[in-house]
Write a protein that binds this ligand. Structure first.
Ligand SMILES: [Zn+2]
Length: 97
């Protein structure tokens, strides 16, 4: 699973897994393509650098208890948080007892 798994967070204070205010600084490069009429079309956006500055729990309004978690761990721990059926995934490796 090397493909772009989004960063997941968990608030240890209230158990929130889904609502966070994330402050990010991004440095990007893009081709700004203007038409003769002066209209701008932004092409080939490229992410050069990305820093997550702050993650704050929406429920607690504090980031002090928010931790970064591995999406795979999170899925194993609380499949319901992903809004999909986890039993199908489990059936692959673990047939019925
Ligand atoms: Zn919280």
């Amino acid at each position: 699973m090397a493909i772009d798994t989004p960063t997941r967070y968990r608030c240890n204070a209230c158990g929130n897994l889904t609502r966070f205010d994330v402050t990010t600084t991004r440095r990007t490069k893009a081709f700004h393509h203007y038409t003769v009429g002066g209209e701008l079309v932004i092409e080939d956006p490229e992410l050069l650098d990305e820093r997550v500055e702050d993650v704050v729990c929406r429920w607690c309004s504090t980031g002090s208890a928010v931790v970064r978690v591995d999406a795979a761990d999170l899925e194993a721990a609380d499949p319901a948080a992903f809004g999909r059926d986890a039993t199908s995934a489990e059936a692959d490796g673990h047939p019925e007892r």
